[in-house]
Ligand binder design. Structure first.
Ligand SMILES: [Zn+2]
Length: 301
């Protein structure tokens, strides 16, 4: 048995994993109070949820062979160097967890973990050249060429969300202006739509999808249009760089499968202005494991 931990921008999810199967899973959303001391919140949540999972599954920590962590932002040697969405800087997470657990641990960027889960077990398993784009609180991802995950020596790299699509545009949590994720993350869409409708932005992804985005309000439709235009541009750029056989869309955006917004995106992607090869697109698929991809991928060695 392994334990996979996914630290997202808005919640933490932890699962007991056997192969590609999640045997049990629990999650906790961060509230405003939790965000005041994010480091403490993360360590406390991990301990609390692991305890609950083990008790409910009649397991002991000694029966766990690996704890894998999918962490946001830039990771280096067990340290979260920078995670803008959570306001973390040089968080020595592995050192702190090793004081609590003697179990072997590994940590990777969350976009890469989710990508590995889809590559090894999920929507990208039949392809060698793949781009995975995680669209959630932020936008992250990974790329495989010839079946191999591309991993730089310095920082995590593949910060797809921080390629600038609108120079001097919206401010991004990374400190730059006009980043892809400032327009096309689910958080950016939520912020824009709740601002347009003048409602509290503290809402669930499901409420956003099913209640707010379905409103027949021309201002909301315009917000969706801006979100999709940037999404198309970002995906088009990545297709031109990597020329993958498949592009897999994950994160909370995976819940838009079957939603008119996904159909609108596919239509836009097929316009001849999307990519260098004039609309000769790779396959565009949604992630099989949806938001659980990070938990599963965290324990892939
Ligand atoms: Zn940015």
């Amino acid at each position: 048995m392994k334990i996979g931990i996914d630290i997202g921008g808005s919640h933490i999810g932890i699962g007991l994993i056997e192969g590609s199967q999640i045997v049990a899973v629990k999650e906790k959303n961060f509230n405003r109070e939790d965000r005041k001391n994010m480091e403490q919140t993360i360590i406390f949540c991990i301990q609390e949820i692991i305890d609950e999972l083990l008790i409910e599954s009649h397991l002991t920590i000694e029966e766990v062979e690996l704890i894998g962590i999918a962490a946001p932002g830039t990771i280096s040697n067990g340290v979260i160097v920078k995670a803008g969405n959570l306001g973390l800087h040089n968080f020595q997470i592995l050192t702190q967890l090793q004081k609590i657990y003697k179990t072997p641990m590994q940590m990777r960027n969350d976009g890469k973990c989710a990508a590995l889960a889809e590559k090894v077990y999920g929507a990208m398993k039949d392809y060698e050249d793949c781009v995975f784009i995680n669209i959630g609180t932020g936008i992250g991802g990974a790329a495989f060429l010839g079946g191999k995950l591309l991993e730089p020596k310095r920082y995590s790299g593949f910060e797809f969300g921080h390629m600038v699509l609108n120079k001097g545009g919206r401010f991004c949590s990374c400190g730059k202006y006009g980043c892809f994720e400032a327009y096309s993350s689910i958080k950016a869409l939520k912020n824009k739509v709740t601002e347009t409708l003048d409602v509290d932005s503290d809402i669930s992804g499901q409420y956003l999808r099913e209640e707010l985005l379905t409103k027949e309000d021309s201002r909301v439709q315009e917000d969706i249009e801006v979100f999709l235009e940037y999404l198309k541009t970002g995906i088009g750029n990545l297709i031109d760089i990597f020329e993958p056989e498949v592009v897999c869309l994950g994160g909370s955006f995976a819940y838009y499968e079957g939603n008119p917004i996904f159909d609108q995106l596919l239509k836009k992607l097929h316009e001849p202005t999307t990519s260098f090869n004039n609309g000769d697109l790779p396959k565009i698929v949604m992630a099989n494991f949806k938001n659980n991809a990070g938990i599963i991928g965290a324990v892939i060695e």
